[in-house]
Design a protein. Structure first.
Length: 202
C-alpha cells in the first residue's frame, strides 16, 4: 500500500488498518517538512510497524522531482498497488495518481477517504465504494498524532471508580474525608482520579 503523508494521519491509518494485509509492503510518500514533524513516524508508532515502512521523500512543490522519484522507485516493478491519495498536497496527489494510472493502470487501485464519511471511495470502474468496517481506538488515535503513551494499563486502579461512587453519594461535593485511603498525591486528589475514570470508561 502507498500512502501520501500530510498533517492528517487518520485517513492513512484507516486505509492501512482496513485494506493492508500482514505481508503487504507499506510505502510512504512524504516531504522533508512532514518527516521533520515526524508525521510518518507517528503513523508507524500507532500501528507498531516501525521497521516495515519504506519512505520516499519528495519536494511537494516540484512536479519534476515527484515524477523523478516515482520513476526511480517504481519504473521496473511488476506489483499490484493500493494507492491512498487522500493526503499529501494537491500536487502530490495529482502527480501520484497520474503516474500510477499511466504506468500501472491494471495493477493499481486508487482510494480516497472523505472527511466525516463512513466509506472508502474507489476510482476503479468495477468498484466504487466500500464501507469502513475498521475502527481506531483512543490509544491508536493519540499515537497517530504524536502523543506518547507512557502508562497504558489495561487493569485500572479500582480506586478511581470507588472515588466516583463516593462523590455521587455526596452530590459531587468535595467532601470526601478518606483521601488517605486512595492516594497521598495532591494532583490525584485535585482531579487526576477523574481523568483516570474517564480514560478507563472510553
Amino acid at each position: 500500500m502507498i500512502c501520501l503523508i500530510s498533517e492528517q494521519s487518520i485517513p492513512n491509518l484507516i486505509g492501512i488498518k482496513q485494506l493492508s494485509h500482514q505481508d503487504d509492503k507499506l510505502i510512504f510518500i512524504s516531504t522533508k517538512k512532514m518527516e521533520d514533524a515526524k508525521k510518518s513516524n507517528n503513523i508507524a508508532y500507532s500501528l507498531e510497524i516501525n521497521d516495515d515502512i519504506e519512505r520516499i521523500i519528495v519536494d511537494e512543490s516540484s512536479l519534476t522531482d515527484i515524477n523523478e522519484k516515482l520513476n526511480n522507485r517504481f519504473k521496473h516493478n511488476n506489483t499490484n498497488y493500493i494507492v491512498n491519495i487522500t493526503c499529501g498536497t494537491k500536487l502530490m496527489s495529482m502527480a501520484v495518481f497520474d503516474f500510477f494510472k499511466s504506468n500501472f493502470p491494471d495493477k493499481t487501485e486508487f482510494i480516497y477517504i472523505p472527511i466525516n464519511k463512513n466509506y472508502i471511495q474507489y476510482f476503479n470502474e468495477d468498484r466504487t465504494k466500500e464501507n469502513i468496517t475498521t475502527s481506531i481506538n483512543l490509544v491508536e488515535y493519540l499515537k497517530a498524532y504524536g502523543i506518547t503513551i507512557t502508562d497504558h494499563n489495561n487493569n485500572p486502579d479500582d480506586s478511581c471508580f470507588d472515588v466516583f461512587e463516593k462523590y455521587k453519594k455526596c452530590n459531587f461535593n468535595n467532601s470526601i474525608k478518606t483521601w488517605k485511603d486512595y492516594s497521598n498525591n495532591d494532583q490525584y486528589k485535585n482531579g487526576a482520579w477523574f481523568e483516570d475514570y474517564c480514560y478507563f470508561n472510553l
